[in-house]
Design a protein around this ligand. Structure first.
Ligand SMILES: Cc1ncc(COP(=O)(O)O)c(C=O)c1O
Length: 419
């Protein structure tokens, strides 16, 4: 089939073809995806679809033409900032996702380092920090200095402190880190960064909504946000546990001085002054407006309800996993991320986690396959309430199927390059 048809297809043909294509996708709407997709249920999805459609052709490249997007972005930053105790004189931007927010944080830190005369910038981060930091390191020519995590998978503040030097431009920790779902000792790491006058970024892409809600629900949440004096920037993804449309995250800065190093302005072309807050140029207003709408619709009460449901499902999953002798939880989940290996002490021989992941996949359940160590990862969210028994049944079946077999391949990846 040629890539662009000579004659346009009918809308009926397109709908049929889309149905056929989507038939192979994981059924995230009914909670079969324990990765990549989040859902607060049909009502929030319907609102998202309506607002996305209404604003998808608006363009946040120039909010003078679309003042609606100026207001909505400012309010999204304000709502997110309030959750994370951003000081009055702090600020931030709406971005397209966690990776863009992280790119922005690293770019800003590099800019500050340059302004201070540091021309060989390094970033000190635990081995658990998200792969997007590697991308930022490569894109902005900042050397990535990975520091091994402790046995409990949390960052090691002492080892990180020891890795700081005159070239350090940024210190990073996560709340929580994606792979094992644990919150790093933010206060200790921030103190080490502050002692040297260095910026520290807390990647709360996963936990930036969940942790404030867990705290309100009475869970013990360690200090992780701007209430910790040395934290200078944070990323929070609304398209994860904010349950908004894909394409929305927020980057927040404690000070406008640091934020200034993120933005870009030029008039060195024939088109006049061009200003850009983050990485993208044209940005659809659809995800921005949908995020604003969902946040307004859910409010604190809605997020408390969704967080409680996700946390209860997480606890059910953890209890079910503990009952399976082959399964070994990698860490006690601090939020709603669960990682487990299949080499528990109760079994005669270890089972290949990736083979179990493949067997789950064949049963329509998608978990991430990650390493090291080889393990499966579940991003539990509100849509999984009432689905954990079915997931555990599928896991038991999968374990029966692959018991003592070996996986043929290296496992599936959490993110892949298409093509
Ligand atoms: C902790 C953390 N940071 C950053 C990211 C990157 O976010 P995105 O995939 O939206 O770019 C993720 C994604 O799962 C994450 O878990």
């Amino acid at each position: 089939m040629p890539p662009l048809p000579r004659e346009g297809r009918s809308t009926a043909w397109i709908r049929d073809r889309l149905d056929a294509l989507a038939g192979g996708d994981v059924d995230w709407r009914s909670g079969r995806a324990l990765s990549l997709a989040y859902s607060a249920g049909p009502e929030v999805l319907a609102l998202t679809d309506e607002v996305l459609a209404r604003f998808q052709s608006t363009n946040a490249l120039n909010v003078a033409a679309f003042p609606s997007l100026r207001v909505m972005q400012a309010e999204i930053v304000e709502m997110s900032g309030e959750l994370l105790h951003l000081p009055e004189d702090g600020g931030g931007f709406v971005t397209s996702g966690g990776t863009e927010s992280i790119l922005c944080a690293v770019k800003a830190a590099r800019g500050l380092a340059r302004a201070r005369g540091n021309t060989s910038p390094e970033m000190v981060l635990p081995t658990s920090a998200h792969a997007a930091f590697e991308k930022a390191a490569a894109d902005y020519d900042v050397r990535s200095v990975r520091v091994p995590v402790r046995a409990d998978f949390r960052a090691d503040p002492e080892a990180m402190r020891a890795a700081l030097n005159d070239r350090t431009a940024l210190v990073v920790a996560s709340a929580p880190a994606y792979p094992q779902g644990v919150v790093d000792p933010i206060a200790e790491i921030a103190a080490a960064a502050a002692a040297r006058g260095l910026p520290m970024h807390v990647d709360a892409c996963m936990g930036g909504v969940t942790l404030p809600m867990l705290e309100r629900l009475g869970h013990a949440v360690p200090p992780f946000d701007f209430r910790v004096a040395g934290v200078t920037s944070m990323s929070v993804d609304l398209h994860k546990y904010g349950y908004t449309a894909k394409g929305t995250s927020v980057i927040l800065y404690r000070s406008r001085e640091l934020r200034r190093h993120q933005t870009f302005v030029t008039d060195n072309w024939l088109g006049g002054l061009y200003g850009s807050a983050a990485i993208l140029g044209t940005r659809s207003g659809g995800p921005i407006a949908a995020a604003w709408a969902v946040m307004q619709h859910l409010g604190i009460d809605g997020y408390l309800r969704l967080t409680e449901a996700a946390r209860r499902a997480t606890e059910e999953l953890v209890a079910g996993l503990r009952a399976l002798p082959e399964i070994r939880l990698l860490a006690e989940p601090d939020t709603t991320l669960v990682a487990f290996a299949c080499d528990g002490m109760g079994s005669d021989s270890a089972i290949d986690a990736f083979a179990v992941g493949d067997a789950l996949w064949r049963r329509g359940w998608v978990c991430d396959q990650q390493k090291p160590p080889p393990s499966l990862h579940c991003t539990v969210n509100a849509i999984h309430a009432g689905k954990i028994d079915a997931l555990l049944a599928a896991l038991r079946d999968s374990l029966d199927e692959v018991r003592s077999t070996k996986s043929e391949g290296p496992g599936r990846s959490y993110a892949i390059v298409e093509g």
